[in-house]
Design a protein. Sequence first.
Length: 154
Amino acid sequence: MLADEMKTEGPAPDDINIVAFCCHYCAYAAADMAGSLRFQYPDSVKVVKLPCTGKLDLQLILDAFEKGADGVMVAGCMEGDCHYQQGNLNAKRRVVHGQTLLASIGLEPERVRMFNMSSAMGNRWAEAVREMDATVRKLGPSPLRRPKANEGTP
Ligand code: FES
């Protein structure tokens, strides 16, 4: 196969990358618990720990897509349980804004989603990852990762 042909093929349909922005107090601890209890979930997720999902801004979500993510999960404390009061509610608004923005540039809004869980919910973490993986796998790799048809030609 010629190198130029390989460049135009893009990522394989099952080559999925999901970035999970996780609150230190809840989702990160839940992910840790899921690992300790050996709950099974897809390995397509890469965790980024935040002190609180309130730290997340829209630029972080967009940067993740620009750097090759096919989906973004934001996982924070249960509503009403954020250690910084409104952090997870602010994150929820940013996720909704992000979904609107993705739709406006032709990406499926379901590629970004907010989840809430407590630190004791290792099973919920595994379930959330399975849900997100299934959604993104159904959509396929992000169009931002697919090379343009004329890429690589002089
Ligand atoms: Fe967990 Fe704010 S401290 S979402």
